[in-house]
Design a protein around this ligand. Structure first.
Ligand code: CO8
Length: 257
């Protein structure tokens, strides 16, 4: 399958998706969103694939939603027309997605990275929500996900001033899992993805749901959810296999059952 605005390749059990609008610093237009939705639905449905890496170019992961496409829009088109609703479908991906961010991740680009499950940043990465400078505000979850990731003080400052945050600050603030030298970014992200893809597939999906539920529920409800899903994993063949493999001192042979 080929896409107008993405390059998609499989590397063993890992799907690598590269945003490919170099002339616009990977600005996210409707076509990119449509392509992302289709590519990640295909990834999710492919049992041979365990984890995905989403990346951009060395200069820009994505410099935001496409300002030239949005420029002429009015309220009815944006809200009534459900412009960009595809990003909600992207976040329904059940297998883990790692964002490998080099260069600019601004506005919708920062929001897209935050929709992924793990962000690994190159040491040249810059994150920000500069929409305020365009007379608008973040619109793809930025005020919500950034606040949950870095706390109110920093999220408020970044969204109100449009200041960009470098990779070191992003790691200190809890936005990114790890910062690596730019030259190693893809190799490190793929290595992490291979590790995840090598785990029991149902347990991987369960962990993603469990951690995400921490954002959606109270502590008590989240712990109940975790407890039930944890017990549910004891109904899988991979639990039997994983624990037997540990006791027998051999590698586990997962079946995804
Ligand atoms: N949209 C469209 N085109 C863009 C964008 C963008 N976000 N960013 C860069 N480009 C284009 C430029 O227009 C330029 O094209 P051209 O050569 O045809 O003039 C090309 O990419 C290269 O850009 P620059 O020449 O500006 O490159 P620089 O290295 O000088 O600067 C920057 C890089 C600092 C990243 C600069 O391009 C910039 O500030 N870009 C805009 C950043 C921004 O404001 N992002 C937020 C956009 S708004 C948003 O994301 C809202 C999300 C919510 C949507 C919700 C919908 C429901």
């Amino acid at each position: 399958m080929s896409y107008e605005t993405l390059l998609v390749e499989t590397r063993g059990t890992v799907t690598l998706v590269t945003l490919n609008r170099p002339d616009a610093l990977n600005a996210l237009n409707s076509q990119v969103l449509a392509d992302l939705v289709a590519a990640f639905a295909a990834f999710d449905a492919d049992p041979s694939q365990g984890c995905a890496v989403l990346t951009g170019s060395a200069k820009a992961f994505a410099a935001g939603a496409d300002i030239k496409e949005m420029q002429a829009m009015d309220f009815a088109g944006m809200y009534g027309g459900d412009h960009f609703a595809g990003y909600l479908r992207f976040t329904a991906t059940r297998k883990p997605v790692i964002a490998a961010v080099s260069g600019f991740a601004l506005g919708g680009g920062c929001e897209l990275a935050m929709m992924c499950d793990i962000i690994i940043a190159a040491d040249n990465a810059k994150f920000g929500q500069p929409e305020i400078k365009l007379g608008v505000a973040p619109g793809m979850g930025g005020t919500q996900r950034l606040t949950r990731a870095v706390g109110k003080a920093k999220a408020m400052e970044l969204c109100l001033t449009g200041r960009l945050m470098d990779a070191a600050e992003a790691e200190r603030s809890g936005l990114v899992a790890r910062v690596v030298p730019a030259d190693n970014l893809l190799a490190e992200a793929i290595k992490a993805a291979e590790t995840i893809a090598g785990m029991a597939p149902i347990a991987v999906k369960a962990v993603k749901e469990m951690v995400n539920s921490a954002y959606e529920t109270t502590l008590t409800q989240g712990i109940q959810f975790e407890r039930r899903l944890f017990a549910g994993l004891f109904g899988t063949a991979d639990q039997t296999e994983g624990m037997a493999a540990f006791v027998e001192k051999r590698p586990a042979n997962w079946t995804g059952r």
